[in-house]
Design a protein around this ligand. Structure first.
Ligand SMILES: [Cu+2]
Length: 81
């Protein structure tokens, strides 16, 4: 089953969703391959990106890859059941 993942940055600066294991395990539709670079989706302030994919079951870590952002708490987990 494919899902549409909406990544939205409502913060005051740039951020990304770095989850290389999640994106590597998922089937990414051709139209959205260019959105995911280096296992992450980069978002400018106020930007949102819609990515259509088929996720693989598992638990995957995610973080913001910007300098010090993960240490400020921008981390999480993606759980696909
Ligand atoms: Cu960040």
């Amino acid at each position: 089953m494919s899902i549409s993942c909406i990544f939205a940055n409502v913060g005051s600066g740039g951020h990304d969703v770095t989850a290389p294991d999640f994106f590597r395990a998922a089937t990414i539709f051709d139209r959205d391959r260019s959105v995911i670079g280096g296992g992450k989706v980069s978002l400018r302030k106020g930007e949102a990106r819609d990515v259509l994919l088929v996720p693989a079951a598992g638990t995957y870590p995610l973080k913001c890859g910007h300098f010090l952002h993960a240490s400020l708490g921008m981390t999480g987990m993606i759980v696909v059941e």
